[in-house]
Ligand binder design. Sequence first.
Ligand SMILES: [Fe+2]
Ligand SMILES: [Fe+2]
Length: 290
Amino acid sequence: MTAIAIGTEAHKELLCRTFIDTHRPFRPEEIQWPDLDAGSLARLKALPIWNEAVKTESETALKVQTLGKVEPDPVLAEAIALQGYEEGRHAAILRLLTQRYGIAVEPFDDSEPPRDPVWTFMRTGYGECIDSFFAFGLFAIGRGSEIFPAALIDIFEPIMQEEARHILFLVNWAAYLRARTALPRRPFFDLRRAWKIGEELVGHAIHAAQMGRGGGESEVGFTMTSHAEFGDVSARSFLELCLSENERRLALYDERLIRPRLVPAAVRFALKILPRTRSADGSGEPARPS
Ligand SMILES: [Fe+2]
Ligand SMILES: [Fe+2]
């Protein structure tokens, strides 16, 4: 496969086409929610994420949809609007789930559309790069541990894959914008992007610390800290699983597109300095989803 130059029309076409062509059409109302036994229902209700998850997905949908409406390039606008639709669908699915299983969600005020849709999308997108990386590992542990029925897990499989498409789109879109920025202005672009990523990293670290102390409710902190709740999973096993799941999910798409690198690189570094502990079976191997 011939390489593609970042920032070219061909790159833009490829990143948008890949996104649009891999969209799965379905309506949230068509989802068949399985009946849950008392134990599964109690575990589902006890997950400390529902308020935050519904609110975050609704807010993300508005942010992405706003950029979809103002983006002047028709191909980019189509892909971004589609991503906004998918985020709105995530929010709708979570609302249906909470209604179906009797999970109370606190009402929240509608947020205002972002004043700077491009840089809001940038920040939100890099935040998703962090969330999705850990969510991929957590989802694999959830499937392997069978603490929720497969029928429920299966409903969320396409949503996980949508998030993989979102972060693939984001890093390519950001690289495209950077390459289209005039050389003298590129350092400012880099600085501003680094600032946005830094804001997200700090926000995530605070959420993770709050969850670690057992305080508050946070979808973000949950994805980063809750692996141990799903059984005997060490931090090393969890991070290795996140890495392999991240690779597996992103491997489905055109190899000429660039991949999210920041979080996987940070985690590979963390794995170098994390102490090795023996797993429960004594093999030293990470827990794998079945
Ligand atoms: Fe989402
Ligand atoms: Fe997303």
